[in-house]
Design a binder for this molecule. Structure first.
Ligand SMILES: *Cc1c(COP(=O)(O)O)cnc(C)c1O
Length: 393
């Protein structure tokens, strides 16, 4: 293999076990959207189910289809839009769908099958969903639609991992609870309520309702520094999360260039001394963001090698002057650990002016995902300390 992704599936399984310990009997629904946050859809799904996940969440029908084709029978919740002409397939795969349009409900009802749906209430994120009054009207419409069963009510936080000030998130929570109460007052049973992502699951033990939709945390990564700080401010120990993904490539060539030589497109880097470069067969088409040009480091022989010049579509140049034994076909770590060094998704996100989520989700789906149980180094500071949930705030 030339460029590939290794996934420590045992770490994924243990992360879900740690969340199980945290949430007790609340249903755990890890999301495997975006190719399992880059880890591989099926690898992630199977590892999570082995850890005791109750449901799986996906964004789109094609992800759910792949899970079902692989024999996964667990409940699947599709929280992204399903086009009207794909609803028949969604029903045949026994998927739970989020709905917020009458057109979707009417199309589902016309199928004559039983379909369980979840309404999405707008609580302040202003992406998918309906304001509470319209949710109520849609629930009434749904009650008159044969075969369509209202199973749950959901919403999504706008501002929980981006700040340690959770005033806005608490406002959203209050809106959500009001919407539930309004539905119940109108005679609608709401068997499942779910609002929590990873950050809310970690920070708000009393607001998990019937189910939590875990994402980044199941992959062993804290949603943000702010979430980690908010958890630490409660004075409790850290949750033992283990990242699972190592992104690797190989040295394709080692070459010497003189002082004063330009490297790469645009001549953005000039060597300041005689330099040894390693050429890597990976580039922005693989998800190695061009914004990392002249910024990121990679790991070779357990040491950091800085990226020189612009990252190309399929090729990256790194400086190995200070790694004299670097050689053809050496394993190179782009993300993850090697020896005692580690490049985290958060660090790469900082370099590329984005977040860990985007770094992971954009690792090319064409790159092979290899299951390597037990390969990921323990996360620094993640010794098996007891985690107790923070007090409700
Ligand atoms: C992605 C997503 C989640 C998971 O979010 P994390 O921050 O990764 O835990 C939960 N719910 C919805 C609707 C999502 O789109």
């Amino acid at each position: 293999m030339r460029t590939w992704v290794e996934v420590d599936t045992a770490a994924l399984t243990e992360n879900v076990r740690a969340f199980r310990h945290l949430v007790g009997s609340t249903l755990l629904a890890p999301t495997v959207k975006s190719n399992g946050y880059g880890h591989g859809l099926l690898l992630a799904a199977r590892a999570f189910l082995a850890g005791g996940a109750d449901w799986l969440c996906v964004d789109a029908l094609d992800e759910a289809r792949t899970l079902r084709a692989a024999g996964i029978a667990a409940p699947i919740y599709v929280f992204g839009y399903v086009p009207l002409d794909e609803l028949a397939e969604a029903a045949s795969l026994d998927l739970r769908l989020v709905v917020y349009n009458r057109e979707t409900i009417d199309r589902l009802a016309a199928l004559g099958a039983q379909v369980r749906v979840h309404l999405k209430v707008e609580t302040g994120n202003h992406r998918q969903g309906l304001p509470p009054a319209e949710v109520l009207a849609l629930a009434d419409h749904l009650r008159r639609s044969p075969g369509i069963v209202l199973e749950g009510l959901s919403s999504h936080f706008a501002n929980i991992e981006d700040t340690t000030d959770h005033t806005y998130a608490r406002h959203q929570l209050a809106c959500f609870e009001a919407a539930v109460a309004a539905l119940q007052a109108a005679g609608h049973a709401v068997p499942m309520r779910h609002l929590s992502n990873t950050a809310a699951t970690l920070l708000w033990p009393d607001q998990r309702f019937e189910m939590v939709r875990l994402g980044i945390g199941a992959y062993g990564i804290w949603p943000s520094k702010e979430t980690r700080i908010a958890a630490l401010l409660t004075g409790r120990a850290e949750m033992p999360l283990r990242p699972a993904l190592t992104w690797k490539t190989r040295v394709a060539q080692v070459k010497s260039v003189p002082e004063g030589a330009f490297v790469g497109y645009g001549c953005t880097y000039m060597t300041t001394h005689p330099t040894r470069l390693a050429i890597l067969p990976v580039g922005y088409a693989d998800g190695f963001d061009r914004g990392l040009s002249n910024l990121a480091h990679v790991l070779i022989r357990g040491r950091r090698a800085p990226v020189r010049g612009r990252i190309c579509m399929n090729i990256t140049m790194v400086d190995v002057t200070d790694i004299p034994d670097a050689a053809l076909e050496d394993e190179v770590v782009l993300l993850g650990g090697q020896g005692s060094e580690r490049l985290t998704a958060d660090q790469i996100g900082d370099w590329a002016q984005t977040i860990s989520y985007e770094v992971l989700a954009r690792i090319g789906g064409h790159l092979p995902r290899v299951e390597v149980p037990g390969s990921a180094a323990p996360h620094p500071g993640a010794a098996a300390r007891a985690w107790r949930p923070p007090r409700a705030d």
